[in-house]
Design a protein around this ligand. Structure first.
Ligand SMILES: Nc1ncnc2c1ncn2[C@@H]1O[C@H](COP(=O)(O)OP(=O)(O)O)[C@@H](O)[C@H]1O
Ligand SMILES: [Mg+2]
Length: 187
C-alpha cells in the first residue's frame, strides 16, 4: 500500500519528473560579451524587440552586475513611461506603455518571499498576462520554473572588479523561445 503512495513509485510522478527535467533545459540560447553600461542598455533595446505581452524575463547576477541597467534598456525599447530605477524599496514598479505596447512590470525578487505566485496578490494596477514582467533575482534564486521564460545571466569578467565587461548568457525556456530569434539580440 505504501509503495503506491510513494512519489517515486507513481508513474505520474515519473512523468512529472521528466517534464521538470525538460523544463530545466533551454530551448534557445546565445552568449555575448557587453563592454560597457551603454552596451548593456543596447542589449536591452534589442531584446525588447523580441518581447511580447505575457513574457517573463528573469535577470540573474550579483549586486552591480547590471540587471537594472539592462532593464533600463528594456524599458526604452518597449517605450514605457517613467525612469527605470532599482526597485529596492518596492516589490514591483509598473511602467505603463506610452504607445500600444505592453506595460513593463519591474520586480525585485528579494522582496517576493513567496515567489512569483505572490505577484498575483500584489494588486498591481495592471494585468500581468498583458505585461512584460522583468524580475531581478540574486545569485542562485532561480528555482521558479514558469514554463516559458527568458533567463538572462550576467557575470562580471573574472579578475578586476572595475572591469566593465560582462559576460551574458541568454537562455530561453519553453516553446515561446524555441524560434523567437534570440540569436538576433546577441550581436
Ligand atoms: N557592462 C556593464 N553593464 C552594466 N553595468 C555596468 C557595466 N559596466 C559597468 N557598469 C556599472 O555597474 C553598475 C550596475 O548597476 P545595476 O545595473 O544597478 O546592477 P544590478 O541591478 O545588477 O545590481 C552601474 O553603476 C553601471 O554603470
Ligand atoms: Mg538592480
Amino acid at each position: 500500500m505504501e509503495a503506491q503512495h510513494s512519489p517515486e513509485a507513481s508513474p505520474q510522478a515519473g512523468a512529472q519528473a521528466e517534464t521538470a527535467a525538460a523544463r530545466s533545459r533551454p530551448t534557445a540560447g546565445s552568449r555575448l560579451t557587453v563592454e560597457s553600461p551603454e552596451g548593456m542598455r543596447d542589449l536591452g533595446r534589442r531584446l525588447a524587440k523580441l518581447l511580447r505581452p505575457g513574457d517573463l524575463v528573469m535577470l540573474t547576477g550579483e549586486l552591480g552586475a547590471g540587471k537594472t541597467t539592462l532593464t533600463r534598456g528594456l524599458g526604452e525599447g518597449l517605450g514605457v513611461r517613467g525612469a527605470v530605477t532599482s526597485p529596492t524599496f518596492v516589490i514591483a514598479r509598473v511602467h505603463p506603455p506610452l504607445g500600444d505596447g505592453p506595460a513593463l512590470v519591474h520586480v525585485d525578487a528579494y522582496r517576493l518571499g513567496g515567489g512569483l505566485d505572490e505577484m498575483e496578490d500584489l494588486d498591481l494596477d495592471v494585468s500581468l498576462p498583458e505585461s512584460v514582467v522583468v524580475v531581478e533575482w540574486g545569485d542562485g534564486k532561480v528555482e521558479d520554473l514558469s514554463e516559458d521564460r527568458l533567463h538572462v545571466l550576467i557575470h562580471r569578467m573574472a579578475g578586476e572588479t572595475d572591469d566593465d565587461r560582462r559576460e551574458i548568457a541568454l537562455n530561453g525556456y519553453g516553446e515561446r523561445w524555441r524560434a523567437a530569434g534570440l540569436e538576433s539580440a546577441a550581436v
